[in-house]
Write a protein that binds this ligand. Structure first.
Ligand code: AMP
Length: 394
């Protein structure tokens, strides 16, 4: 089954073409375009390339297109990307302004260009559908809650992959099957060996999630991808009183405050150096105190959320690191896990230092009660798998 995964940024269009089977997934092709203002022409060019390279006879040779949609109003899960999805994206376009309009536009373009090819949306919030309301509801007036203001959680495709892969790594087949079937079967009854995972997705955008037996129990991210850990240039968690206060003291309008929190905060705002964690780390190593503070704030925030999920789950069997920072920054991983011997976390420094550049590995020592893993992110594969399962079950 040929499945195309479309990754739509506000100015870019990237794609991967997979040949999917029940047990196998083969990446046939990948490519993309930058500085995109309109997707229809890119889709045409992509199809021409895929035909010329012998991957497709025509556009209709595709079985489905999968979209990693971010946040839908009153809608989540793995669903057909129809008018309901377009309305849901539109309903929250103010909350995810960099993502929702791009996906809505992309879905429309695929519909126009390839009307016969099934379109499937896998929302980034899907993995968090079963989180207990006590962990998703904000203590705000009912009229606010009725607008859909609550904690959602993002990076769902990435954390879902960690739920599956970490179960495979520790040989817990029952949790692996449960995590695999989640979007089709829901969280089925479970009585096997426990697998509690603290999943740290640390990249340009970061979140920490607690996963019990393959199902998320909560995320550091809340109403928007703006929340939780400090991000590359976005603020992360902030006390809501700060906004009216800067309005009064600095004369910032709501729009300007929003812009600064979205573009001039996070690692960039703290370090004054860069929104790229590598530059910040280098500057810190050269003695830049602001850059060091940015690194320290990030580490503290990761530990804050990891500690929260450890407590809520009553322990953990696995701590997992993924994405650009999580996969590459051995020093940061060591600091996140430092001083946790009483919880049963012992890092093997040699294994930790050797696990970089997209390598999978276990970086804890054999005597560590909690296994600490590095698992390379593979979000596109998750989309392709879920779209495949969606097609099989519909
Ligand atoms: P992602 O969003 O997963 O692509 O991750 C991007 C982030 O990973 C950027 O902030 C990069 O600076 C960071 N990153 C990539 N390689 C390294 C590295 N070797 N050490 C630290 N951070 C890295």
């Amino acid at each position: 089954m040929k499945i195309l995964v479309a990754n739509l940024g506000s100015t870019s269009f990237k794609y991967r073409l997979f040949d999917m089977g029940d047990t196998e997934a083969t990446l046939l092709a990948k490519g993309g375009f930058e500085r995109v203002s309109e997707y229809t022409a890119c889709i045409g060019e992509m199809l021409a390339t895929l035909k010329a390279d012998g991957h497709l006879a025509s556009g209709d040779d595709l079985d489905a297109v999968g979209f990693k949609t971010v946040l839908g109003k009153d809608l989540s899960g793995c669903v057909e990307a129809d008018d309901r999805v377009l309305a849901a994206l539109d309903g929250f376009k103010e909350v995810a302004p960099a993502h929702n309009p791009a996906y809505a536009e992309g879905i429309r373009c695929f519909k126009e260009k390839l009307p016969a090819v099934t379109r499937v949306a896998l929302f980034e919030t899907a993995f968090f559908q079963w989180v207990d309301p006590a962990a998703t509801v904000y203590a705000i007036p009912q009229s606010w809650r009725e607008l859909g203001i609550r904690r959602y959680g993002f990076h769902g495709a990435s954390h879902k992959f960690i739920a599956e892969r970490s179960a495979e790594l520790v040989g817990n087949d029952a949790v692996f099957e449960r995590a695999r079937g989640l979007y089709v079967d829901g969280p089925s009854d479970y009585s096997g060996d426990p697998l509690r995972v603290i999943s740290c997705h640390l990249g340009g955008s970061s979140s920490v999630v607690g996963i019990r037996n393959g199902v998320a129990i909560g995320s550091s991210m809340g109403f928007s991808p703006q929340s939780g850990l400090p991000q590359n240039n976005r603020v992360g968690d902030l006390d809501s009183m700060a906004i009216p206060y800067v309005n009064k003291m600095l004369g910032l309008s709501m729009e300007e405050a929003e812009r600064q929190l979205n573009k001039e905060s996070g690692l960039l705002g703290l370090s004054g150096v860069s929104n790229d964690a590598r530059d910040v780390r280098e500057a810190a190593a050269e003695g830049n105190k602001d850059a060091q503070l940015a690194v320290d704030v990030l580490i503290d925030s990761i530990r804050h959320w990891a500690g929260s999920f450890y407590f809520k789950m009553g322990g953990a069997e696995v701590i997992s690191f993924t994405a650009g920072i999580g996969e590459n920054d051995a020093n940061l991983r060591a600091k996140v896990c430092a001083g946790l011997e009483d919880l049963g976390v012992v890092i093997d420094p040699a294994a930790n230092d050797a696990t970089v550049r997209g390598k999978e590995g276990i970086i804890s020592a054999p005597e560590s009660k909690i296994k600490v893993c590095v698992i390379p992110a593979n979000e596109e594969l998750v989309i392709a798998r879920e779209v495949y399962r969606f097609k099989q079950s519909h």
